[in-house]
Design a binder for this molecule. Structure first.
Ligand SMILES: Cc1ncc(COP(=O)(O)O)c(C=O)c1O
Length: 385
């Protein structure tokens, strides 16, 4: 499969999770749309763009389980969640309940909001390893108080690569009357998703990670009941529109000035790629490899998986706790000496190596990584086991 991607062949690429990787045919389609735009920009924007975006939104909505007009495209999940944050009207002392496992950019965003508004971002500590879904839920809800107004939670966490029980969290949060915001950056194309069934207020997902679009394609979903309260992050032509479309929500949010819309227009092509390459079956094999190798890597580094090694908690990624004096050096060494691209991150007081597997990865890639760790372990400087 690697031939079908643009990835350089001389690097063992085990980091799909950070920014995704785009198949050649999807990237060609992206360039095609860029050219179409440049050939006749005025006609493209005025006569073609709306229908093309609607078609992409329809396909994406069908895939993630919501109506086409309940989501709009954003360049990335940060833009999506910033849109929600900028419309949030909390009182000083109110609390946003989250975990200590969230993505750093989102933590920064909520810290920004709280400093400006006198609210509290409660990052409930989650003790690892998780032993069960109930174990997580019990720890999470300990952070609830009578001032909690919002729940913000990752569907799949970043450094720790854990699938969290968002269905149960949203259900309880809604029964408590809380606003529910789910960061599903890693979810579309990775694990099954039905946003309508999940019934949260807001959901963001990246298309350019596991759903294979070129960079700059994500979305924000908002439940119908909250759409009127969501201000556009960028106020543009869709506000008080001269030519209102079928949805005020889409008018407000989708067009925010002149820019390249091409990543959004590749959605039909990427579904074709998935179909033509039996992507669901192929990624099921990648998931099985994660479950097979996660315990082996942990054993090699004298550590433990941070969750039960099951489909409930793991998709195409796993995070191996690693004891190293210098996470940056370990990452650079894996790249410079062994040609392995894999993230080594510090989150809280722990370091993690996060392994991602896509169908373009082979057993050889996994073995290359295993042998590199084995060698570093023998050398005893970067890995303390
Ligand atoms: C949980 C989570 N949220 C969001 C993002 C990405 O957000 P952005 O592309 O806006 O930086 C990531 C990226 O890895 C992530 O893991």
């Amino acid at each position: 499969m690697k031939d079908q991607f643009l990835l350089t062949p001389d690097i063992t690429f085990l980091n799909h999770g950070s920014f995704g990787a785009c198949p050649k045919v999807v990237f060609e389609n992206y360039r095609y749309w860029q050219l179409e735009f440049e050939k006749e920009p005025v006609y493209f924007i005025q006569k073609r763009l709306n229908d093309l975006l609607r078609h992409s939104r329809q396909m994406l909505g069908d895939f993630v389980g919501c109506e086409a007009n309940d989501l709009f495209f954003t360049p990335n999940p940060s833009t999506a969640i910033n849109t929600v944050m900028r419309s949030m009207k909390l009182e000083p002392g109110d609390e946003i309940l989250s975990t200590n496992l969230e993505y750093g950019a989102m933590d920064r965003m909520w810290n920004f909001y709280c400093r400006k508004n006198g609210t509290r971002y409660v990052q409930q500590p989650i003790e690892l390893p998780l032993t069960s879904k109930e174990h997580f839920l019990e720890q999470f809800w300990k952070g609830y108080s009578e001032r909690t107004k919002v729940v913000f939670i990752s569907h799949i966490t970043s450094s720790t690569a854990l699938i969290l029980p968002v269905q149960e969290i949203v259900e309880k949060a809604r029964s408590l009357g809380l606003i529910t915001i789910v960061d599903g950056a890693h979810v579309p194309g990775h694990i099954d998703l039905n946003i309508t069934a999940l019934d949260c207020d807001y959901y963001t997902g990246a298309v350019h990670k596991w759903l294979l679009s070129p960079k700059g394609c994500s979305f924000l979903y908002a439940r119908k009941e909250v759409q009127d309260g969501l201000d556009p992050l960028i106020v543009s032509w869709g506000y008080d529109s001269d030519f209102p479309g079928e949805s005020r929500f889409i008018d407000y949010h989708e067009y925010n000035g002149t820019r390249d819309f091409s990543p959004y227009l590749t959605v039909p092509e990427l579904f074709e790629f998935r179909e033509a390459n039996n992507w669901v079956e192929q990624t099921a094999a990648s998931k099985a490899l994660i479950r097979e190798w996660y315990p082996k890597f942990c054993e090699l580094l004298n550590t433990q998986p941070i969750c039960p090694v099951t489909e409930e908690f793991l998709g195409q990624m796993c995070s191996i706790p690693v004891n190293t004096p210098d996470e940056f050096k370990l990452k650079d060494t894996l790249y410079d000496r062994f040609g392995i691209q894999i993230p080594v991150t510090k989150h809280g007081d722990k370091n993690w190596i996060r392994l991602s597997l896509q169908p373009y990865n082979t057993i050889d890639d996994i073995q290359t990584f295993y042998q590199a760790l084995q060698q570093l372990k023998e050398e005893g400087e970067l890995l303390i086991t």
